[in-house]
Write a protein that binds this ligand. Sequence first.
Ligand SMILES: *Cc1c(COP(=O)(O)O)cnc(C)c1O
Length: 390
Amino acid sequence: MNATLHSAFRADQSLFADAAEEFIARNHFERPTLVIDRARVAAQYDALADGLGRASIHYAVKANPEPKIIRLLVEKGCHFDAASRGEIALCLAQGAAPADISFGNTVKKASDIAYAYGVGVDLFAADAEEELEKIAFNAPGARVYLRVIVENSAADWPLSRKFGCAPGALPGLLDHAVALGLRPVGLSFHVGSQTRRAAFWNPVLDQVAGLWHAAVAAGHDFDLLNIGGGFPAFYGEAIEAPRLYAAQVMQAVEARFGHVPHIMAEPGRGMVAEAGHIAAEVLLVSRKSPSDLHRWVYLDIGKFSGLAETMDEAIRYQFSTVHDGGETGPCILAGPSCDSADILYENRPVQLPEALRAGDRIVIRNCGAYTTTYASIGFNGFPPLDVIIL
Ligand SMILES: *Cc1c(COP(=O)(O)O)cnc(C)c1O
């Protein structure tokens, strides 16, 4: 049992040929650059699709909206979860069919809803009365699924109560949708991003299944369950391999929901994070006083130029340098901007080589998700994160 379990974990990245890493090693970059290996995205899609079985995959575009990634996923038969007119237009331009795009943001501009409906998108998320009214007015008769808040997320990047309705509000919203002439086809939720173990889904699925069965008993003709994202990436702590993880989630879903005609999943991070690394540069290594135990290491990339998910040190990236293998010591890691909040890791310092110096290359690993989309246009004159797609 232990041996099987162990081999199903992904804890050693060196097992994988890494084209992005090789490309970074062979090239010079003037500014922080994310290098994405499309073949890794394709492999990740295949593994998730295999594990998810009959569920369809709607890639959460915001994780990485590079047109070449969208095009690749269109070619693989992937569907898309879009959050705005811009993301819908991007997917259409890369060849996605309108029927394969869901408009999953529960807070939409009315004009974006009208645009989506006009181009043939027919599946919308909602979690509030006013949103249902906007959809009914701008996309009459559309299919909607209601997003519910789930509690007790064990995710590393849990989502707030910003999205979803409280369980008690669901029956009223479903009735309201029917009264407005919409077609409430099911429910959605998000287990929380970077949910490292499939077993962490169980308490969340229990909550949603209770709501689902109550709504069906009340006469709603549900045929769509949207299980959202949450599929993890490797950031140093062991995770289950994607195929096994997805298969376990599906098993847990089917045990609780029975046969649902359409199940959709919306991986973002899990699809693209491990496909890319960022090539960055050390700007300064210093100690605030000679007796300081920690060095301060300043990089040419920070919270405002792509590494926003270091907020509260929630996502802990891994680093590699040319000095790896030598002696290491604890470092506080900071970005280049003149904002004192631009510190990446301080509460839990990062072990970096003692030999590290200004001008050294530092590679930030598994950064393909939620980096380019978080980079500001040019805070303090630092250029936004560059991207190269292999
Ligand atoms: C961001 C988002 C996702 C993707 O979440 P991951 O944790 O990156 O997989 C899925 N669904 C919705 C509605 C989202 O907003």
